[in-house]
Design a protein around this ligand. Structure first.
Ligand code: PGA
Length: 256
């Protein structure tokens, strides 16, 4: 894993945006995996401001709540169109977000996996991390080989997301999420984590044992992972000074 520690969320976001921008310039028909939540909000603003060409890009979102109408303000459909897609020249037919109202959820999930495969696989997957270490909505004890499927949110995640819904009771219990096995097939995983509330999940994921109790820890087995953190999110990393030195001394051809 490459751990990139920056002074602020804005600075860490700028690094992540440069990594994505480089991919879109080098591969105009790239397939991006995208995430929602508060963490990537600024990333999408920065990408919009970069005026990149999205006309050949295909996207697959990680997850969606089950049962929320698509037009609900907190659906991930609404989030993605509001914060990214309506501001760029992506083709509507190239956008894929799990359908939380699918009549046959297992069939939908199988079709989602098939669509990722048919698109050639995901070149770069953007990830946030839950305070419990979830990636996508793969909660602790998720199978580390899981594929896109229905999941039940952990109480902690529903509490964390209550801020978006006004109350914990209003947060849906069920979601569709790409599996950990799905995420592990992305060619590059780009994880962002900001704030002290993420510090222990980040430390466990990066420096702890690989365990389904912290699903993000499986990324230690992935060949190309970049983790963009602000200082508070990095505050429990034991080898933070080493990561800082590595980043400050990258060969010029490796910098973003
Ligand atoms: P957040 O959520 O970006 O809103 O903190 C991250 C996550 O749950 O993956």
């Amino acid at each position: 894993m490459e751990i990139i520690i920056q002074p602020t969320p804005a600075a860490a976001t700028d690094v992540a945006a440069r990594i994505i921008a480089r991919l879109l310039r080098e591969k105009p028909d790239a397939v991006l995996g995208l995430a929602t939540g508060s963490t990537p909000l600024r990333l999408y603003q920065v990408l919009v401001d970069m005026n990149l060409d999205w006309s050949g890009v295909t996207t697959f979102n990680l997850d969606e709540y089950i049962g929320l109408p698509r037009e609900h303000s907190q659906s991930y459909h609404s989030f993605m169109w509001e914060n990214l897609f309506r501001h760029v020249n992506i083709k509507r037919e190239n956008v894929h977000i799990p359908d939380g109202n699918a009549a046959d959820i297992p069939a939908f999930c199988a079709a989602y996996e098939a669509a990722i495969h048919a698109a050639g696989g995901i070149d770069l997957q953007v990830l946030g991390i839950g305070t419990d270490g979830h990636i996508g909505f793969n909660e602790p004890t998720s199978s580390l080989a899981s594929r896109t499927r229905i999941k039940t949110l952990a109480p902690r995640t529903r509490k964390d997301n209550a801020r978006f819904f006004g109350s914990e009771e209003a947060v849906p219990h069920h979601v569709i999420t790409m599996g950990i096995g799905t995420i592990m097939e992305a060619r590059l995983n780009l994880l962002l984590g900001f704030g002290s509330s993420k510090a222990s999940a980040i430390a466990e994921a990066v420096e702890g044992p690989i365990t389904s109790l912290n699903p993000a820890s499986i990324l230690q087995m992935h060949p190309v992972v970049k983790v963009c953190l602000d200082e508070p999110a990095a505050s429990l990393l034991q080898r933070a000074d080493y990561y800082r030195w590595v980043y400050a001394n990258k060969p010029a051809w490796q910098t973003f």
